[in-house]
Design a protein around this ligand. Structure first.
Ligand code: 6R9
Length: 661
């Protein structure tokens, strides 16, 4: 049964428990519907009110939404604020200031607590250190850091002085880092000597050195290095400085710089359908509003909560729901340095018990791998730990299959916790379609309904609305405060990628397929409709991987990359490769396949390594020379080819590619 068919027959419904409904901010469906109506009847008035209630402005805004240069929408644009002040200074003089902001658990289990007051002082001191390095408002700073308190401090410190950060996930390669430094025109890189993951010390600074050595980083002046471990690393005189050196003598007080609401808070690179990653640019005002508001709406965060989002700060989830949202909401959050499977696959459950986590937010790929581990080793099954502190569970990053949803509900949530399956993207800044824990009855595998003010719909290629039950493209018809503002340095690509002319140029095209259920109108995401793969919740462009493969010019003549479903990682990368030498078989094929995997890891990062590599004398092409990817997708899945192959130049190639090596 396909995913689309199963949503139509999925009839398990889990209404939130009565006590949860009573206690929640948005209490019951009628309250949710009332907010939706308000937003529809007075769109600008609704958002203006939210922005006044949830954001501290140093200068109030008078204009809510400026659509005059659509799709380059502006929100609250004559208002001024500082994002870091909205996360830290705001709590000074309130009971929150002495509460724990961050419970940090290191890879080896060591726990450190940081109060809001202490965090403010650390951010202030680091912000002063950045200023002393000559970093100013509007400068771009790359952050290539492990999951640490220091990573969050670095982001907040940039925000405090109005510098635009661009965090690069610690698993990306030197080449990927080099491209991002150049594209962003970064003046500084903030990094660590090493990162600790699963008991291993992995280099970060050495990768920064390699990235800079590749050349072209003409704007870069400074590299700041956090010594995570005592192991020394190379330090280039004049360019590289340790945190200790630059922090010495700096005051903990740093006045936050007021910036316009549209000032770019950060750029975050993500994969698109061409080879070049897109620098998604976010605003300060609208983004911050969303981070705060969705903490309240989706997680219904309360003073006694202990929030834990397991995402790395290198991804958008780690921006909105680690570095900004929980702090803006004044919550206590857990930050974890390590990996879910070390020292064993009970780590998450043990940590939930130890820190009495109440709201837990993770990805389906983690859930699936922990299910598998619990099935093979009863000792790591969640039933071995006391998870009774939990009250809300969240899921993000990819569609969650109903079996994994049910397991999460039963074994982690004790059949009592609502699961918020939050659909969103790097580009949306925060949740856009999600259940509300005290209102929405949940259905396994469905992200249910849009947040108030999010005008989501499912349309055909021309932008025409489709009825419930019909699969189509997911769009958002009106702008929202935390939406992507542009692609850094490439406004044309921004327009072309997200606001297609055929739909009128103002409708946001998400790039996902979706279908609404016939009974409730609930959304279910069926996966990307462009050339983007989702492997373990990580976005990868097929073109990016193809470019990486063909850049191995001594070996590869041509390559095509497609995805296929995978039980554990959601999707897996399959590459079809034509070599510049005769098609290899047996041991030689294995050897070359491994060489190519390592090459891709070096070019992009280990997450992009193709799981399957198949060699052919050629690729299936039409007579006009187009690679027929839909045939490759069938082959990758192991399906028999039933599609029309009459336009194919070389039909015999299909049989050869179907052979596994
Ligand atoms: C937040 C994040 C975005 C893509 C998105 C979609 C998939 C995310 C999902 C989901 C189904 C969910 N996705 N959440 N699919 N249900 N709850 O993951 O951002 O890395 O940009 O990925 O992830 O395909 O388009 P990002």
């Amino acid at each position: 049964m396909s995913a689309i068919e199963s949503v139509l027959v999925e009839n398990r419904v889990f209404p939130p428990q009565e006590a949860a409904v009573k206690a929640a901010r948005i209490s019951g469906m009628a309250a949710y519907e009332a907010l939706c109506r308000q937003a529809e009847q007075d769109f600008q008035g609704f958002w203006a009110q939210q922005a006044r209630d949830n954001v501290v402005w140093t200068r109030p805004f008078s204009r809510t939404l400026d659509e005059s240069n659509a799709p380059f929408y502006k929100w609250f644009d004559d208002g001024e604020l500082n994002a870091s002040a909205n996360c830290l200074d705001k709590h000074v003089g309130t009971p929150v200031e002495n509460e724990t902001a961050i419970v940090f658990e290191a890879d080896d289990g060591t726990v450190t607590r940081v109060t809001y007051k202490e965090l403010l002082a650390r951010v202030g001191q680091f912000a002063n250190a950045l200023k002393a390095q000559g970093i100013r408002k509007g400068d771009r700073v790359i952050i290539y850091m492990p999951m640490t308190v220091e990573g969050v401090v670095a982001m907040q410190a940039c925000a405090r002085i109005g510098a635009t950060h661009s965090v690069v996930f610690g698993g990306f390669s030197a080449k990927a880092l080099n491209e991002r430094i150049i594209d962003a025109g970064a003046v500084a890189v903030i990094t660590a000597n090493f990162q600790m993951r699963g008991g291993k010390e992995l280099p970060l600074k050495a990768i920064v050195d390699d990235a800079i050595a590749m050349g072209g980083c003409t704007t870069l002046r400074t590299v700041l290095v956090y010594m995570r471990t005592p192991t020394a690393c190379n330090m280039a005189a004049g360019r590289d400085k340790t945190f200790d050196e630059v922090l010495k003598g700096q005051s903990a007080e740093c006045t936050p710089v007021s910036v316009g609401a549209e000032h770019p808070l950060f750029i975050l690179y993500t994969s698109g359908s061409t080879g070049k990653p897109k620098g998604v640019q976010h605003s300060t005002g609208g983004y911050l509003l969303w981070a705060k508001l969705t903490m309240d709406w989706t997680f219904d965060i309360q003073p006694k909560d202990v929030f834990w989002c397991t995402a790395d700060i290198g991804w958008i989830t780690g921006h909105t729901y680690v570095a900004y949202g929980p702090l803006a909401a004044g919550a206590t959050q857990v930050i974890f340095e390590g990996i879910p499977t070390w020292p064993d696959a009970g780590r998450f459950w043990q940590m939930i018990q130890k820190h009495k986590v109440t709201v837990f937010y993770t990805a389906p790929t983690a859930i699936r791998s922990l299910i598998k581990a619990a099935e093979t080793d009863a000792k790591v099954h969640p039933r071995n730990w006391d998870l009774s502190s939990l009250r809300i569970l969240g899921s993000v990053g990819e569609p969650i299959n109903p079996e994994a949803w049910m397991w999460y509900h039963k074994n982690v949530g004790g059949e009592r916790c609502p699961i918020v399956d939050t659909f969103w993207q790097t580009e949306t800044g925060g949740h856009v379609i999600t259940p509300l824990p005290g209102a929405t009855p949940t259905v396994p595998g469905s992200c249910t309904l849009p947040l108030p003010g999010i005008m989501a719909a499912i349309v055909d290629e021309t932008g025409k609305d489709l009825p419930n039950g019909a699969g189509g493209m997911l769009v958002i018809k009106r702008p929202w405060p935390s939406m992507i503002r542009t692609i850094w340095g490439d406004p044309e690509r921004f327009k072309k990628s997200y606001f297609p002319e055929e739909m009128g140029g103002r409708t946001y095209l998400a790039g996902d397929g979706a279908v609404r259920s016939s009974d409730r109108g609930y959304f279910r995401i069926t996966g990307r409709i462009d050339d983007v793969l989702n492997v373990s919740g990580h976005r990868l462009g097929t073109m990016e991987i193809e470019s990486a493969l063909v850049s191995k010019t001594d070996l590869v003549a041509e390559a095509a990359v497609v995805g296929r479903p995978d039980d554990l990682t959601g999707e897996a990368v399959c590459a079809f490769v034509v070599l510049k030498r005769p098609r290899p078989v047996g041991e030689e094929a294995k050897k070359i396949a491994n060489e190519l995997r390592n090459w891709v890891a070096k070019e992009i990062g280990p997450i992009a390594k193709p799981k399957d590599i198949r060699f052919g004398d050629n690729l299936p092409k039409t007579r006009s020379g187009k690679i027929m990817r839909r045939l490759l997708r069938s082959i990758a899945k192991g399906e028999a080819i039933t599609q029309d192959t009459s336009t194919l130049e070389n039909p015999a190639i299909l049989e050869q590619l179907a052979e596994k090596n």
